[in-house]
Design a protein around this ligand. Sequence first.
Ligand code: 13P
Length: 249
Amino acid sequence: MRPTILAGNWKMNLSLSEATELARGIRDGYKSDSKKEAWVFPSHLHIPGVSEILSGTNVKVGLQNIYPSALTAMTGEISPDQGEDFGIKLALVGHSERRQFLGETNAVCREKVHFLLTKGWTVVYCIGEKIEEREAGKTFDILSSQIKEGLKDISSDLMTKLVLAYEPVWAIGTGKTATPEIAQEAHAFIRKEISQLFVGGDKIADAMPILYGGSVKPDNVKSLLDQKDIDGGLVGGASQKVSSYLGLF
Ligand code: 13P
């Protein structure tokens, strides 16, 4: 009963005219009766234009990052209230680029996840191991601590708005996709962790979409989506061109 979601993370790519053109192409090409949901995460500066183009469609627009507070003095950050002005209640938290290069820890992620969920937002919480962690046999320990610390003391009723994204860092932007079997193994582990961590966990885990991210493309998406615990993709490069994004559906 879980939805299939193909989410495009545009990261810090695209000029305003390229983002606008991409949004128009998605608006015109995405079939509104598609069984697969389309979510896009443009740069903050492109949110006004992209949300306007996609308003009235079934394509959901989300923010790549958010500060966990109401309007306040916090230079350079964006508040969820400001997102809501554009009808947005969807955000990524803990993308590996933010963890790796901007010092975002599990504790910081936890604050963001908690704040957003209590405001009724949908959160895509990103986790995943680095290559040296995988090679040292630590993949499941890393995933487990990202789950336990990033979702610490989140109540079971809030968890219904959480989406998990498994993005092995070694597969992001490298052209190296995890094999469907490797990805499935990690997704099954994540679902089991969620089921054990929360009151009523079986039901939460069963209903929670878990997206795979890391070099997803039109030619490998089907083999990934065929896996029992893979409910969609969080896609970087291939989501930033109309043809390759629509080619995922
Ligand atoms: P790529 O699809 O470019 O590997 O990026 C994945 C990603 O980081 C999505 O958030």
